[in-house]
Write a protein that binds this ligand. Structure first.
Ligand code: AN7
Length: 355
């Protein structure tokens, strides 16, 4: 059977029945890439893998949850869906709604959405509305609209989103043949850390894995409500995807951290950009800045001596890279020097190319 998306592959673990229409773009089945550059920095007893979610059909992990949320909406006769978004949720909701023939309304913070994501929501014909405010303001508005009008909320407060997203941990375990020892990922609204942890626990209870990983989540320093312990009124970070001051799954993220014996910490924009460049230049993997928070967090914890106590002969670490680098081309261009322009001659090009 050719691959048909996460619902077809993992339906046994998902809230679907024979009556559920599978609305799929063949999401999931993303590569778990061996990262020799990062592994070398960690030391000989460590093996680091990158779960490259940027290779989903709309370029982010959101597609895993969206296929389930939109399929269930379709099954239940819903005609329209709505979401607030820092960009990727809206791109995914717009694409799956197009496929399902649903109306899609997207509410985004004005001027704070990466270019690629806005292009996606628009070209898939979502009704895009910008609000003067941040993601948290947008979420407040769409929650209220969805409880008073016949339109289904497809943010990660919708439990079907979490159900779909947990398939990423199934894939990690199926690929490795075991669980990782540590799982690093960025945290914004905290749906993904919630979903991964749920997935790992389910695989553990089905005896597919014999131990559980420690969940290590990272917020951006200027948008780190969970780390600081209070909501952030004006969250700030270049990683616009995780520019969130009051995460919807705050409590669930704390549970994931505590139950797994992991941590939730924060990394600066400078650390994020440095990991972003490392991934592109040493591993050949282009991600959007928010995604690099997982690797930035890994580098920081290594420096702090977090792994000194680890006794395993071989420690497996997975870092989730949540979104593709092409989502936010402006950041890439801004963070590297512009290319020089020279005369169209062999000598001039050779001189500049440093050959
Ligand atoms: C690339 O699209 O919240 O902690 O509205 O796009 O599950 O929120 C995006 C979040 C990490 C954080 N990396 O995940 C949205 C949105 C990328 C993201 C996160 C997001 P959660």
């Amino acid at each position: 059977m050719p691959y048909q998306g996460v619902i077809a592959r993992y339906k046994k673990y998902l809230p679907v029945t024979k009556k559920t229409p599978f609305v799929s773009l063949q999401e999931g089945n993303t590569p778990l890439i061996c990262a020799p550059g990062i592994s070398a920095l960690m030391g000989p007893k460590f093996k680091v893998y990158l779960k490259y979610e940027g290779l989903n059909p709309t370029g982010s992990f959101k597609d895993r949850g969206m296929t389930v949320a939109i399929s269930k909406a379709k099954e239940e006769g819903v005609k329209a869906v709505i979401c607030a978004s820092t960009g990727n949720t809206s791109a995914s909701a717009a694409a799956f709604s197009a496929k399902a023939g649903l109306k899609c309304i997207v509410v985004i913070p004005q001027g704070k959405i990466a270019l690629g994501k806005l292009a996606q929501a628009l070209i898939h014909n979502a009704k895009v509305v910008e609000v003067r405010g941040n993601f948290d303001d947008a979420l407040r508005v769409v929650k209220e609209i969805s409880s008073n009008y016949p339109v289904r909320l497809v943010n990660s407060i919708n439990p079907h989103r979490i159900e779909g997203q947990k398939t990423a941990s199934f894939e990690v375990c199926d690929y490795l043949g075991c669980a990782p020892h540590f799982h690093f990922l960025p945290v914004g609204n905290a749906g993904n850390i919630t979903a991964y942890w749920k997935g790992y626990k389910e695989y553990y209870s089905h005896k597919k894995i014999s131990y559980l990983p420690k969940m290590c989540g990272f917020q951006a320093k200027g948008a780190a409500p969970i780390v600081r312990g209070y909501p952030i009124k004006n969250p700030k970070t270049i990683a616009t995807a995780i520019r969130i001051g009051n995460p919807a799954s705050w409590q669930k993220a704390i549970e994931a951290k505590e139950e797994s014996g992991g941590l939730i910490d924060m990394v600066s924009d400078a650390q994020i950009l440095s990991a972003y460049k490392f991934l592109a230049q040493e591993e050949g993997v282009f991600v959007e800045p928010a995604s690099a928070a997982s690797v930035a967090g890994l580098f920081m914890m290594k420096k702090r001596g977090y792994f000194k106590k680890v006794k395993n002969k071989k420690t497996i670490i997975v870092c989730t890279l949540t979104g593709h680098g092409l989502k936010d081309p402006n950041i890439a261009i801004k963070s590297i020097r512009r290319p020089p322009t020279v005369k169209a001659s062999v000598e001039a090009v050779l001189k500049k190319a440093g050959l």
